[in-house]
Design a protein around this ligand. Sequence first.
Ligand code: ZN
Length: 273
Amino acid sequence: MKNHQTQLLILIGILAASTLFGACSTVPLTGRTQLNLIPASQMLSMSYQEYGTFLKSNKLSTDTQATAMVKRIGGRIQGAVERYFREKGIQGSLAGYQWEFNLVEDKQVNAWCMPGGKVVVYNGILPVTQTEEGLAVVMGHEIAHAVAEHGNERMSQGLLAELGGAALDVALENKPQQTRELWQSAFGLGAQVGVLLPFSRTQESEADELGLTFMAMAGYDPREAVAFWQRMSANKGGQAPPEFLSTHPSDQTRIRQIQEHLPQALKYYTPSK
Ligand SMILES: [Zn+2]
């Protein structure tokens, strides 16, 4: 009996939260409906705080050429994303973005983009990306996760699972530690990467598809994605699987899906030279 009441209260909490925040939104391009419980403004302020903390506790690369490349690719993909969203009439969802692209000294084969366009590339991924187009594959993919609001979706799932969904705004205020841990896991910073794996397969395919479009619009050949993921696959043969791969679909599935999406992405491609 008590249990039922609790469940009912939780359900009411979820419904109230969903209504309050207008929580259902649609992923651009794929049209999938997602449940995002956290207000965009809150995602942005958490992002800017976490990004600042990360940069303070990590060393920026001193390789000026590679750093310039990261910023150049980032700027071009940003332009592509903005154009894409304008053409779809949904540029409002990029409001408040403060794009930033940094390369850090870290051996991990990793990269991510937090909400609001806050990108970090670890220099450990450069031997695998090899070329500017290779890195554009990675950055296009990570930026796609951010603009498709996958982080909000993962955080929302985690909040529902851990905090019962009741009064989410209160939970965010009163449980800073849990909120922070959810953030770290949603963005691949903590030890618990892949904890929401069943959900993230869909997100990974979405990020691949959108990422191909963005890189093509930015003037990078999307066909490079196939070669890049083949190198990533070969790279995995070594010791522990790189963190970047741990939440991603199997390589063969991914490469096959990318090949299927290439004709669509190539419609957006105009070589930059
Ligand atoms: Zn991904």
